[in-house]
Design a protein around this ligand. Structure first.
Ligand SMILES: Cc1ncc(COP(=O)(O)O)c(C=O)c1O
Length: 394
């Protein structure tokens, strides 16, 4: 069985391109060109140069000794938090801005939840001198204020999404609406492995640098390029897709995807899509999403803006259906506890999203010497206010 996209843009039953007719030419143009561009020597050279010298790759793979001692395994952290702009999102935006330039696009639009993808998009637009418009839910604009300020300083226009739960899903709806209105000159720079084909595949390929480096670094540090387990949080699923990518066919590497359970999976305030959702179409692809019996999207909730999304990308829907990945979840409180713990015992303040991945460590039973990689997708600067507020309540 292949876990990679097939020639029609599907992962098993999931994926495809369910889009309004007005967008067919855009999607067709991207579909016809993305592999040619990604596989060209000039793209590979420029992408690598920017990742090495602008983003700061390779990011370290750090053996967290005190964390390892506590949980009885060798816990390695893949330090995506050390990337320029503070998260894995920049890997994807560097790649897609080069694609947009090749396609001759002048206006870039993006959606953002935690603001990390918005900041990463505004950054590459500043770098390439392109107009940038970022759609962001009103609730997220409030809870991720530092990132809103950064986007504005970088020259982006931030447009509030005021419908629904005023979070990532609603920002995505607004971005799609804008794209339908401006199909000619505009490139939609999607921030996760979601959306119509070829976006999920393109974003997974651009993020696959994460598992490429993990392999090389583990080989040097342990003599074996395969860990026993990789743990990553899943909003749309791009950091997880990147961390899993080069291990998808290596069956003895266990893949753990962690969703946000909010106030509890069955509390009505959750974003644990794989537990609560079923098959449907969301933002242009067939996937698993949280919906009511009429097919209306159920508003998600998580303390973490980046995981506050009612769907998962089609690759993850397939990994879940075929049980290639184990889907776990962590509540707001468990994520907060994990963030405080990492800060205290390793001196690293993680993003709230990444804290969800760390939060499953206490739920696992490891055997001594097991090698576990946690993808630390981002840093916690943007979440300081939330951390400080909740610390007072502790
Ligand atoms: C630090 C961080 N991790 C994870 C995510 C979730 O996105 P994805 O599932 O695409 O990696 C986000 C989204 O904004 C993020 O900022």
């Amino acid at each position: 069985m292949s876990f990679f996209v097939d020639k029609n843009g599907y992962y098993g039953q999931f994926g495809g391109a369910f889009i309004p007719e007005l967008l067919y030419p855009n999607i067709k143009e991207l579909e016809d060109n993305y592999l040619k561009i990604l596989e060209s020597d000039s793209f590979k050279k420029e992408f690598k140069e920017l990742l090495d010298n602008y983003v700061g790759r390779p990011t370290p793979l750090y053996l967290a000794k005190r964390l390892s001692k506590k949980y009885g395994a060798k816990v390695y952290l893949k330090r995506e938090d050390l990337n320029h702009t503070g998260a894995h999102k920049i890997n994807n935006t560097i790649g897609q801005i080069l694609v947009a330039k090749q396609l001759g696009k002048k206006r870039i639009i993006a959606e953002t939840g935690a603001g990390q993808h918005g900041v990463a998009t505004a950054t590459v637009c500043a770098l390439m001198d392109l107009e940038c418009i970022v759609f962001m839910g009103e609730v997220d604009i409030k809870r991720q204020a530092p990132n809103v300020a950064r986007m504005k300083m970088l020259g982006a226009t931030v447009v509030p999404a005021k419908s629904g739960s005023k979070t990532l899903k609603d920002a995505t709806n607004e971005a799609i609406r804008d794209w339908i209105g401006n199909p000619e000159d505009t490139y939609y720079l999607i921030g996760s492995v979601v959306g119509p084909h070829p976006y999920p595949d393109m974003v997974a390929r651009l993020q696959s640098i994460i598992s490429k480096e993990i392999k090389e670094q583990l080989l040097v540090q342990t003599g074996n390029e395969n860990p026993d387990m990789i743990i990553a949080c899943v909003g749309g699923g791009s950091n997880a897709a990147g961390a899993f990518y080069h291990y998808l066919d290596t069956k003895n590497v266990q893949l753990i995807a962690v969703e946000a359970a909010g106030l509890g999976v069955h509390s009505g305030q959750s974003a644990a899509t794989s537990q609560l959702g079923d098959v449907g179409v969301l933002h242009g692809s067939k996937t698993i999403l949280m919906q009511d019996k009429y097919g209306q999207v159920i508003e998600p909730y998580s303390i973490s803006a980046g995981l506050d999304y009612p769907g998962i990308g089609p690759l993850h829907a397939f990994l879940h259906e075929r049980e290639r990945a184990v889907f776990m979840n962590a509540t707001d409180q468990e994520a907060l506890d994990a963030a405080y713990e990492l800060t205290k015992i390793e001196g690293i303040i993680p993003a709230l999203e990444s804290a969800h991945a760390l939060a499953v460590l206490p739920k696992m039973k490891f055997t001594t010497g097991q090698v576990v990689v946690v993808n630390l997708s981002g840093r916690g600067d943007k979440d300081l206010e939330t951390y400080i507020t909740h610390l007072k309540d502790e």
